[in-house]
Design a protein around this ligand. Structure first.
Ligand code: 9Z3
Length: 307
């Protein structure tokens, strides 16, 4: 298995700025080595169809779960590595997505100020953002392709391993199961004169296996399971747990993912829901998920210390 993983990594390109990014992650982990650090993965992955990529496969994930959870983890005192797909939602700024910054500002003499009607919405978010910046508790690491994501996931995991049980992995990104190996990909844009194209996708090796067993075996690892068919959801979540032997799978359905998730462990299931009322008063399901994870993670740290 390990050699299959090694072969896979050897076959895919290393992200640009990889060395620099690894140094940033290392520094961040050293700086917060006495705290709890969570690695949040967020957004979809781009699967290129050509080396000089014009076309690609993608998925629906907007990064709502990952970006909202990042804010709630920060509120609960965690330092966060936010490994996210470029152009998906980001913590703090997500609250203003769909609004043009130009509509929010106005000129006053030589200054630019936030228009009065926006102050109430911007000020509290800005205050939380500034506080996080001041303690350097958020490291934002962007990726775009599946390959970049996998290189960065391994690099971050290996650096977080030094924290032992204080590292939490929260794998919310929607990672493609399928890809075209670089050796099978055309170099240039596929030409339509050549007629219809048959594309054969290969399986991406499951990284949860090596992640749990060798990259950071002492961490608290939480993965997500997404399905569209309710009848498969819990059995698939349980199967993931028995296969990879990590701590928790959070099961969700595409249509109801903002209102309901199920936390599945080896011996129990716990449903977390947000009612329509709560939702309209601004309660996010991620606030409840992260509150529960904080408790479970702290129990895990305490239990690990006793061993
Ligand atoms: C999730 O299930 C996330 O909750 C969502 C969040 C991707 C549904 P949005 O970004 O959506 O807020 O729009 N993430 C994991 C999905 C996934 O691909 N899991 C793999 C699987 O189900 C296992 S790691 O097989």
């Amino acid at each position: 298995m390990t050699s299959q993983i090694e072969e896979f990594y050897a076959s895919i390109a290393v992200p640009s700025n990889f060395e620099e990014t690894k140094k940033q992650i290392q520094k961040f982990c050293e700086r917060h080595s006495n705290q709890k650090i969570v690695l949040v993965t967020s957004g979809g992955t781009t699967v290129p169809l050509e080396h000089n990529m014009v076309r690609y496969l993608d998925n629906f994930s907007a990064g709502s779960r990952g970006s909202a959870s990042t804010e709630h983890f920060l509120d609960r005192g965690y330092a966060v590595i936010f490994l996210h797909r470029l152009n998906s939602f980001e913590p703090f700024v997500r609250h203003f997505s769909g609004n043009s910054i130009l509509d929010m500002l106005e000129a006053k003499g030589d200054d630019l100020v936030v228009r009065r009607e926006w102050v109430g919405a911007v000020a509290p978010v800005l205050q939380r953002y500034r506080a996080v910046r001041a303690d350097g508790r958020l490291l934002s690491v962007p990726f775009s392709t599946l390959g970049d994501y996998l290189w960065l996931l391994r690099a971050a995991s290996e650096r977080l391993a030094a924290l032992g049980p204080r590292a939490l992995l929260y794998l919310a990104a929607a990672v493609s199961d399928f890809y075209i190996p670089p050796a099978d990909m055309p170099v240039h844009k596929m030409q339509s004169d050549a007629g219809p194209v048959n594309i054969s996708l290969k399986m991406v090796p499951k990284m949860l296996g090596p992640l749990v067993s060798s990259w950071l075996p002492r961490a608290y690892v939480v993965s997500f399971k997404l399905e569209t068919d309710e009848s498969l959801l819990l059995q698939k979540a349980r199967r993931a747990l028995t296969t990879y032997r990590h701590k928790l799978v959070i099961a969700n359905l595409l249509k109801t993912r903002k209102e309901r998730v199920v936390l599945v462990t080896a011996d129990a299931e716990q449903e977390i829901t947000v009612t329509a009322e709560e939702s309209s008063s601004g309660v996010e399901i991620e606030a409840k998920i992260t509150a529960e994870l904080l408790l479970r993670h702290e129990q895990f740290i305490a239990a690990s210390a006793g061993r």
